[in-house]
Design a protein around this ligand. Structure first.
Ligand code: SAM
Length: 337
């Protein structure tokens, strides 16, 4: 029998192999952000089905390790450009992008007036190329290119919810993280009616049991600005130089502060750069981290050491303010960690 994972350590390995080694009923809150199936370096070579399998397995392994009344909080986004061979070709007349000002109506008029003209003759008549005539008549400006596989939006929340329900964990709440608009990831937005990518979800699942609800753990200002609010406006991490998909520290910090008490244990089994562990230390909680890639494990351990030193230097008294001051639900960055 393998011994349990210790608190305040980050372990290298696959979440599916290490989660069974976490002590039963010991985790007050597990908060993590898994791979999003977006082709990041750390998820290369994983098929869609394998990715779903990973999410289901990891969620399924949570029931036994969560304390009764504890929470699993998952930060994830929908897949906005999910390639799908089966969808009909999206025909887009991108009128505002036409380099040649000839409209479809003008081509149709010319055709009606000259029913025997072929495309070549119509092109000569209107002073444009044969290709323009074809595009206007057949509307074959296809988003993403004529021959590329088309994409659609793919919702992820239902997959997560089904996996949690199968594991006897119940959807307790859901919130929105409103982040910076990612214009550079949304080039297609200029060729369609789709919105820019600017929010993600937080799904809160609950393990049946007694949950102590103590409203005094947040100030009335914190309750008003984020504790009771469904939309959390938090700037994205600007410098993803050491890890390609960090979430902002304020995200797990709020979850931890809201759902746990000092000395409770917080888990992140997709630990990445260590953000959740740093937030746990900052809020006086214990942590357990699991991360597959050794480089990120070292990074996370270093970040934890730095945070612990800060903590010890102040004898556990926080001398620095939390990162954000609130005014309504608008947040201003005060002090960058
Ligand atoms: C979205 S990132 C998490 C980033 C983290 N929240 C942060 O702020 O740095 C997902 C992480 O999960 C790790 N990962 C992917 N598959 C894993 C697995 N099967 N077990 C453990 N970690 C895994 C990746 O290496 C990556 O660091």
């Amino acid at each position: 029998m393998t011994s349990s994972l210790n608190i305040n350590e980050i372990y290298q390995g696959d979440a599916r192999e290490l989660l069974p080694q976490v002590e039963s009923d010991s985790i007050s809150c597990s908060v993590w952000s898994p791979p999003y199936h977006l082709g990041k370096e750390y998820e290369k070579g994983i098929s869609y089905d394998e990715w779903i399998g990973l999410l289901k397995d990891v969620i399924g392994l949570h029931y036994s390790i969560l304390k009764p009344g504890g929470f699993l909080v998952i930060n994830i986004a929908d897949i906005l450009c999910f390639p799908d061979e089966s969808i009909p070709r999206f025909q887009a007349m991108n009128v505002s992008r036409h380099k040649v000002s000839i409209t479809r109506e003008e081509v149709l008029e010319a055709k009606a007036a000259n029913p025997n003209y072929n495309r070549n003759q119509l092109a000569a008549l209107l002073g444009c190329s044969e290709q323009t005539i074809d595009r206007r008549l057949n509307g074959n400006n296809i988003r993403g290119g004529k021959y590329n596989t088309q994409t659609r939006v793919h919702l992820v929340g239902n997959i997560i919810q089904d996996a949690a329900t199968a594991a006897n964990l119940y959807l307790y709440d859901r919130r929105i993280w409103m982040k910076d608009p990612a214009w550079e990831n949304s080039k297609w937005a200029t060729l369609s009616y789709r919105a820019v990518d600017e929010f993600e979800y937080l799904y809160f699942f609950w393990k049946p049991g007694t949950t102590i609800v103590d409203r005094s753990k947040l100030t009335s200002e914190e309750w008003a600005s984020w504790g009771s609010r469904a939309v959390w406006q938090i700037p994205s991490v600007r410098a993803n130089n050491d890890h390609e998909a960090k979430f902002p520290l304020e995200l797990p910090r709020r979850v931890i502060k809201l759902l746990t008490f000092p000395d409770d244990t917080v888990l992140d089994c997709f630990m990445g750069s260590g953000t959740t562990a740093v937030a746990a230390i900052r809020e006086g909680r214990n942590y357990i981290g699991i991360e597959k890639q050794s480089g990120y494990v070292s990074l996370a351990r270093e970040s934890c050491e730095k945070e612990k030193q800060k903590w010890q230097a102040t004898n556990g008294q926080k001398t620095y303010k939390s990162e954000y001051a609130s005014s309504g639900n608008q947040l201003t960055l005060l002090d960058k960690f």
